[in-house]
Design a binder for this molecule. Structure first.
Ligand SMILES: Cc1ncc(COP(=O)(O)O)c(C=O)c1O
Length: 443
């Protein structure tokens, strides 16, 4: 099979490796084949690299760019704010405006607080849950990614070479590819397979009075986009209430994409504490967590520390305000459109795979979805113990060579934005058709 070359990116990667520790900003970027590509700029739905190639971008910076690259409305608002200052080290009116917009949008919010990244917001919610309940442990599910901090960075990637135990007796796994994590982080956590209420019930019973929180993505988005089984989230809600445990929804990916109020609005299950959203700053770092006034009391009364030099800075706030106002317009027209567009692409990619006798599974709610090279139903991380990496890498590289840019590794997501046009979608489907035809010659 023949692949294109990217000489300027290749040279830049080699140069970068001498001065920039991994040659890339976040480790996942380094898995890209043939090597990471260096981008010069992005506009609308397109990205451009140093070799002067143009791509239709479905990675969207791993999700945040819900308005595409360089959205005028956002950049105009930020330019105006820049002339007034970027961060004050004092409160400012925009914080109040953004808080109100979020409380209006998200069912579980009565009071909110701001961070800059999802990893930080996860930590804030776990600390809050502990402070509120007076307990220490929490339940984390296999295959769910909650950022890269020590206390949550385990058991999220399906790898047949590691010993995860059985579903009934799961073993937490600190993955081989990250050294430096202390094993005692596992003392405070119970790791369980997702989508089975019995495991949760048993754990809550066995650890009665010890568990502060159950943290979950409401749609398992970091392992192939797995929907909750019917009744699963409702069951978690009931169990959390019964055992007086905080139910935390990590809506980093699902928030704003699946519905303005996130998956909790789409699926009708309201958690105690919510954190999100990659899309909130649409490319500028801005995260939120929040809950009812009662649950947020330890934070409001300053009984737990919430700190950060850049928390609630004016650039993040103006970005969030602009994004929320854009997404709310015309009854959330953007959110509806990207979900419909995504569903159409999912159906058409499925048909093209059939046409070329490729075994492919496409799943997701629409605004984000996953294309995998197997045809097995997957309901938890263990179902996803299928190594289709090589096929995915080839698929991805053939797409890239034809101007379509997607997630570098299998089980990653295709993301859509308001900047994607019908023409982009049709062009992409023509490329997918060509790529499946090419793959069919060899595999
Ligand atoms: C569900 C979920 N939680 C937390 C995070 C961590 O967010 P960040 O990369 O902003 O630290 C991510 C990142 O993709 C995520 O998908």
């Amino acid at each position: 099979m023949k692949f294109k070359e990217y000489p300027k990116s290749k040279a830049m990667y080699e140069e970068a490796l001498n001065c920039f520790a991994m040659g890339v900003g976040s480790q996942v970027q380094s898995f890209a084949r043939p090597h990471p590509l260096y981008m010069t700029h992005g506009h609308g739905s397109k990205l451009y690299d140093v070799d002067a190639n143009e791509y239709i971008d479905y990675l969207l910076n791993y999700g945040p760019l819900i308005l595409g690259h360089c959205p005028k409305v956002l950049h105009d608002a930020i330019r105006t704010q820049l002339d007034k200052g970027s961060a004050f080290g004092e409160p400012h009116p925009l914080q109040v405006e953004v808080s109100k917009l979020l409380i209006e949008a998200v069912p579980s919010f009565e009071v909110v607080n701001f961070n800059n990244t999802g990893s930080e917001a996860v930590q804030a919610t776990l600390r809050l849950a502990r402070a509120y309940t007076g307990r220490t442990k929490f339940i984390k599910f296999e295959g769910h990614y909650h950022g890269w901090m020590d206390n949550v960075f385990f058991s999220f990637h399906p790898d047949t070479n590691e010993d995860f135990g059985t579903r009934e007796n799961p073993k937490p796994v600190i993955h081989n590819y990250s050294k430096g994590l202390p094993r005692n982080v596992l003392d405070n956590v119970v790791v369980l397979p997702w989508n089975n209420l019995e495991y949760v019930r048993k754990t809550l019973q066995d650890h009665k009075g010890e568990i502060a929180a159950i943290i979950t993505e409401p749609i398992m988005s970091n392992c192939g986009v797995i929907m909750p089984r019917p009744g699963y989230l409702e069951g978690l809600r009931k169990l959390a209430t019964e055992y007086e445990v905080m139910l935390i929804f990590d809506e980093t990916i699902t928030g704003l994409r699946t519905a303005l109020g996130g998956a909790q609005e789409l699926l009708g299950v309201i958690p105690d504490i919510t954190l999100g959203y990659k899309a909130l700053g649409a490319g500028f770092p801005f995260f939120v967590y929040g809950a009812s006034k009662e649950i947020m009391r330890p934070v409001s009364e300053r009984l737990v520390v919430h700190a950060g030099t850049f928390n609630a800075n004016a650039i993040g706030c103006i970005a969030a305000k602009t994004v929320l106002n854009e997404l709310k317009k015309d009854n959330c027209a953007i959110i509806h459109r990207i979900n419909e567009m995504g569903k159409y692409m999912m159906t058409e990619i499925g048909k093209l795979a059939k046409k070329h006798h490729q075994t492919v599974r496409v799943q997701g709610p629409g605004a984000m979805f996953c294309v995998s090279f197997h045809n097995q139903e997957i309901w938890d991380m263990r179902d996803a113990f299928i190594d289709t990496g090589e096929k995915y890498f080839i698929f991805r590289e053939l797409l890239l060579d034809r101007g379509v840019h997607i997630f570098p590794t299998e089980k990653g997501l295709w993301y859509l934005s308001s900047a994607h046009t019908e023409d982009d979608v049709e062009k992409t489907l023509r490329v997918v058709d060509e790529v499946f035809a090419e793959m069919a010659k060899y595999m």
